[in-house]
Design a protein around this ligand. Sequence first.
Ligand code: NAD
Ligand code: IPM
Ligand code: MN
Length: 362
Amino acid sequence: MSRPVFRVVGLPGDCIGPEVYAAACRVLATLQETHGLSIELDEQLIGGAACDAAGVPLPQQTIDACRQADAALLGAVGGPKWDDNPADLRPERGLLQIRAELGLFCNLRPVVTHPALQAFSPLRPERLAGVDLMIVRELTSGSYFGRKWRDSEQAEDVCRYTRPEIERVTRAAGRIAQRRGRRITLVDKANVLETSRLWREVAHRVIGEEFPDVAIENMYVDAASMHLLTRPADFDVVLTENLFGDILSDEASMLCGSLGLLPSASLSETGFGLYEPVHGSAPDIAGQGVANPYAMLLSVAMMLRHSLDCVAEAEHLESAVHACWNDGILTRDLRPDGLGTEEVTEAVCQRLRAPSTVHAES
Ligand code: NAD
Ligand code: IPM
Ligand code: MN
C-alpha cells in the first residue's frame, strides 16, 4: 500500500527559529530515506520575518496554508529588531493570532528527565529521577486574549475565562491523564482570582462526572512553582491557565537541564496541531550555529505521533535523540565544550540511518 503524503506548513520565524527549523527539515528528509515518510513542506511567513516581508506578523496566506495542512512546524518568533513595533505588529502577535485562528486551545508541554542529562540540571540528581509530567496549558484565552487598553497613566489586561473554554481543555487533560498516571493537579490562584474559582468549579465537575477514574487535586501557583523544584516526580498532569502555564513550563525546563530541550504541541478539536519548541528565538545566540535543536526535533516527534499517526517514526526519532544524549552529544547550553546545531542534528540523522544503534533505550 502506498503511504500518504502529509502536508506540513513550515514556519521558520526569527533569530534561532530558522536554525532549529533547518534541523527539523534535515531530520524529516532522513526519515523519508529510512522510513519512506513522505512530507510536503510548505514554507510560510510568521513573526518578524512576516512583518519585514509582508507588513504584518501573520499574513492571511499563512493561515490559509495551515487550513489546508495536516500540521504546522514553527521555529520561534521575536527579536530586538521588532521590540518597539506597535502591539499589533509585534512578531509575538503573529503567534497569538495563529493559535486563536486555528483554535489551538490545548497546549501540551511534556517534561521528562533523562538519566544521561541529570548531571546537567542545576537541580540535585536525586530529585530528578522518574520525573515524567505533562503540562496542559490553556492556550487561547485568559489575560493573553482579554480586553486590553492603556493610556498614559493606566493599563489593563483583562483575564476572562468562560465555562466552555475551561470544559474543553479539562476534557483534553482528562483524556491525557487516562493514558498516564490518572492524576491531575489543577494549578491556579483560587485564593485571589475569580477566574481561578470558576476553573475549580468547572474542572472538578468535568473530571468528577466524565473521568471518574482520574483524581484531581488543587494547588496554588506560587506553591506549585516551589513543589515543581522540590518534588517534581510527584506530578502527573498539570492543568492550568494560559499565563501560569507559560511561566511554569520555562521553570520546569530546568528539571531537564535546558530550555532548549522542551517540545510542545498546540492542538485543536480537529487533530490539526502546531508543533514548536517551548523556547523563544534566543536573539543572544542567534547566527552562531549553537542553538540546541533537541526541543525542535522532539516537537517533530510529537507531530509525527499526534497529527500524522506515524508512531513508529516518532519512536525511532525519540530513540535516536536519547541515543545521542547517552553519547553526550549536546550543545553549549548544556556543556561548555558542546557541539554546534548542525553537528548535533547530523548525529541524530546518523543514528536514524543505523537503526541497530538506537534500540538500547535507557
Ligand atoms: P528565549 O526562550 O528566546 O531565551 C531564553 C534563554 O534561553 C536565552 O539565554 C537563550 O539563549 C536560551 N535558549 C533558548 N532556546 C535555546 C536553544 N534552543 N538553545 C540554546 N539556548 C536557548 O526567551 P527570551 O530571551 O525571553 O525571548 C527572546 C524572544 O523570543 C522574545 O522576542 C520573545 O518574545 C520570543 N519568544 C518566542 C517564543 C516562541 O516563538 N514560541 C517563545 C518564547 C519567547
Ligand atoms: C510561549 C511564548 C509565547 C507565550 C509568547 C512568545 C507569546 O512565551 O509559547 O511560551 O507566552 O505563549
Ligand atoms: Mn513562553
